[in-house]
Design a protein around this ligand. Structure first.
Ligand SMILES: Cc1cc2nc3c(=O)[nH]c(=O)nc-3n(C[C@H](O)[C@H](O)[C@H](O)COP(=O)(O)OP(=O)(O)OC[C@H]3O[C@@H](n4cnc5c(N)ncnc54)[C@H](O)[C@@H]3O)c2cc1C
Length: 361
């Protein structure tokens, strides 16, 4: 049994803590977040796991890493004591009449970046069979099989229960840690865990946006989402709406709840959703199906995605341990793949072979 200190209890921190405990290790978990996870990007996220549609709007490596995660998520979720909503019915990509040139561009990118069998074009009749309510507004769609979304809030709750009840985890809330070093870790270990820092096999920094002082090139990209309850809408697929300003997507949740996101704004502003973004999100929703008119707004929320300059994740060796960061808008899409790779690295096994270049020693 080895002892690890994980700093940050957002998406990466809590998943990593869980996986290390399953391997029989001891975890000290320190974070400025509450145990619900309300100040983490992963709590706000739509939690789409869409390797192909994301690759179209970014790069091929996104699909490669995302497919590893899409394979791992169902296995990982099956190891939890409660069933988490994980819907992998695929994504339907649609565009309004005025956005057909954007749709044509999306298709050209898809042809360039993806394999021929990654998607199919649906005419109105085929769309009507697959998602009748969407066919009321759209004449055609692109269909990407196998893409998924999960109920991130439920996942967070289940992981919180696991970590707070495990005898192998000591989880403490702290003030924001500005910068990490051996001296800071020594002081924090004594203050919060009453132990010396040399008990740790490794320290792993998972502070996301909070690691800027220790990770050159890390930036924040603001995103806003809306959560609604829409009893009149019953979509069985995730929907990506081609939009001139943002990559908009609708992620279903259980019981006719939906998350629609997300704006992409290049700054680190985490203040509440602006009126303009709120209007854009709501009109995008209403444009997908008129049944959203009577939906109830459960929440409008904003957070920031931690991103490196190339928008790709990084696993980095530092003076004090390791950093896992830069998951940008792909935290759910990448986490299982990246964490598995990192666990192999800790075990001294072959690592980062799949994603050559992400590990930065
Ligand atoms: C609006 C929005 C929509 C998104 N949608 C999707 C999606 O559909 N699919 C997808 O794959 N990804 C999505 N993402 C991205 C995903 O949420 C992030 O990539 C992921 O959460 C990053 O995980 P992380 O653990 O690095 O950071 P976080 O989840 O932010 O966790 C960081 C943790 O560290 C703590 N912390 C921060 N600073 C400090 C500090 N100084 N000291 C101590 N603790 C600190 C925080 O409180 C938090 O608990 C979205 C993100 C946003 C904002």
């Amino acid at each position: 049994m080895k002892h690890y200190l994980i700093i940050g209890s957002g998406l990466v921190g809590r998943l990593l803590a869980w996986r290390l405990i399953l391997q029989g290790h001891q975890i000290s978990l320190l974070s400025s977040d509450d145990k619900t996870g309300t100040t983490s990007a992963g709590y706000i996220a739509a939690a789409m796991i869409s390797p192909a549609t994301e690759a179209v709007q970014t790069e091929t490596k996104v699909k490669q890493i995302g497919l590893v995660s899409a394979h791992l998520w169902p296995k990982w979720l099956a190891e939890l004591p409660e069933q988490i909503f994980y819907q992998n019915n695929g994504t339907l990509v649609v565009a309004h009449r005025g956005d057909q040139s954007e749709m044509a561009r999306f298709k050209r990118r898809a042809q360039h970046v993806l394999a021929d069998d990654d998607y199919v074009e649906l005419n109105h009749e085929q769309l009507n069979v697959k998602e009748p309510q969407l066919a009321q507004q759209f004449e055609q769609a692109l269909f990407f099989d196998g893409e998924a979304c999960l109920d991130n809030r439920h996942l967070y709750r289940v992981l919180t229960t696991f970590l707070t009840t495990s005898s192998r985890c000591d989880w403490q809330q702290c003030n924001e840690i500005e910068s990490l070093s051996h001296a800071v870790i020594k002081q924090l270990s004594q203050q919060y865990f009453n132990c010396d820092s040399d008990v740790y096999e490794a320290v792993i920094d998972c502070r996301g946006n909070g690691s800027k002082a220790d990770l050159s090139g890390l930036r924040s990209v603001r995103g806003e989402v809306i959560r609604v309850h829409a009893p009149d809408v019953d979509f069985k697929h995730a929907v990506r709406l081609i939009h001139p300003r943002y990559p908009m997507y609708l992620a279903p949740r259980p019981n006719n709840e939906y998350v629609l996101g997300a704006t992409v704004v290049e700054n680190d502003d985490m203040s509440p959703v602006s009126v303009r973004s709120g209007l854009e999100l709501m009109s995008a929703l209403y444009s997908l199906h008129k049944g959203f008119a009577e939906a109830r707004v459960l929440e409008m929320a904003a957070h920031c995605r931690p991103a490196m300059t190339d928008n790709m994740p990084v696993i980095k060796r530092t003076e004090f341990g390791y950093q896992i960061n830069g998951l940008y808008r792909h935290g759910y899409l990448f986490s299982p793949a990246i964490i598995s790779d990192f666990l192999a690295l800790l075990d001294g096994k072959q690592h980062s072979m799949t994603f050559g270049g992400l590990f930065n020693a």
